[in-house]
Ligand binder design. Sequence first.
Ligand SMILES: Cc1cc2nc3c(=O)[nH]c(=O)nc-3n(C[C@H](O)[C@H](O)[C@H](O)COP(=O)(O)O)c2cc1C
Length: 212
Amino acid sequence: MSKVLVLKSSILAQASQSSKMADYFTGEWLSHNPDSQVTERDLAGTPVPVLDSELFDALRQNSTELSERQKAALALSEEMISELKTHDVIVITAPMYNFAIPTQLKNYFDLVARAGMTFQYTEKGAQGLLKGKRAIVLISHGGIYKGGPRDTIPSYLSVFLEFIGITDVEFIHAEGLSLGEESAKQAHLNANKLMDDIIQEMIQTLPEENAA
Ligand SMILES: Cc1cc2nc3c(=O)[nH]c(=O)nc-3n(C[C@H](O)[C@H](O)[C@H](O)COP(=O)(O)O)c2cc1C
């Protein structure tokens, strides 16, 4: 049975369009697999601290005596890595803010990118350690950029996820969300259709006794 981890990162709370996409995905997935485990982490609601030199020292285990702040960040980093390892489908919402992912999502990446835990250096270069996972990235933005130079999120996230070992990555865009009601409605319909296709594919690969 696939265990799904949903990472939400919008700062717009109830008005979030990317969270709406994630909720559609989990709603549809659970309607087919009511017993499936879905874990949600809201990175804007409960923010991950910004990586600075004090926290980086703790993550590299350079400090012998840890401050309370270092201890808390280390514990959170380990909790989040363990969570990543125990889920096989990772749904990441990636709303575009100023042509980049939200700071809150970047802060999460900074705490889960740990040598020896999610990647390792070898003679052939860095090697990702998270294996057998599938990531589905839900991108929302106001303009229409897919495939062009402003479509910055897929290239960055492909590189980062591959670095930690996740190479099976799909990107679903809901774009043109600031171009009027009809554009936004159509964007969600298109994104929902793509999510439906992925869910059907996920259901087909489930062992028979788990399929609803
Ligand atoms: C601070 C901020 C910056 C934004 N920057 C961009 C941008 O660079 N390009 C764009 O197309 N839309 C931009 N938008 C629009 C958002 O991408 C759009 O509102 C989208 O729905 C955000 O996803 P969310 O609703 O899940 O937060 C921005 C919105 C905010 C609040």
